[in-house]
Write a protein that binds this ligand. Structure first.
Ligand code: HEC
Length: 134
């Protein structure tokens, strides 16, 4: 029975793009959670900090343009690439925060762990699901 359910589940996910969620198991540790369309904390609290502290270099035509952290100036557009640089299970070890605080970062130290801005970014990271869809 179990393998039949599994087969149907795979079929559903493959053919219907997950429309028959009944066959899928509940959230597993490795479940991938789709990024929300709107993320007001990111848009109004986190992104403006990155714009002030990082965008000068991390944008087209600037010195960090070949890095994966390339800001467009639009929070909604950039959210997915920022999410790729964070580790919700261990927020302080997120590449975004490590590089931002100057670790192995050509751009030097732009964030300070004692600053409220650092806490804002860290708390946002901690609020994210631990696995996001690619
Ligand atoms: C003075 C310019 C400058 C500023 C400002 C700057 N960076 Fe960078 N950053 C760079 C450069 C150049 C690189 C690519 C070389 C390297 O990894 O050091 C980089 C790389 C990175 C990477 C690695 C991206 C990858 O592809 O792996 C991250 C993450 C990062 N920076 C985060 C930040 C954050 C967060 C801020 C703001 C808080 C910031 N940077 C501000 C110059 C800057």
């Amino acid at each position: 029975m179990r393998s039949r359910a599994l087969f149907l589940g795979v079929l559903c996910v493959t053919l219907l793009g997950g429309a028959c969620a009944d066959f899928r198991r509940g959230p597993a540790a490795d479940a991938c959670v789709k990024a929300p369309e709107n993320d007001p904390v990111f848009e109004t609290d986190v992104y403006p900090i990155l714009q002030v502290r990082c965008q000068d270099c991390h944008s087209k035509g600037r010195e960090a343009q070949s890095s994966r952290f390339l800001m467009s100036g639009n929070a909604k557009e950039d959210r997915s690439l920022v999410v790729m640089l964070v580790s919700p299970a261990d927020p302080n070890n997120s590449l975004l925060l490590l590089r931002g605080t100057g670790i192995d970062h050509t751009g030097g130290q732009r964030l300070f762990p004692d600053d409220p801005e650092y806490a804002t970014i860290r708390d946002w990271i901690a609020s994210l699901p631990s696995a996001t869809c690619p």
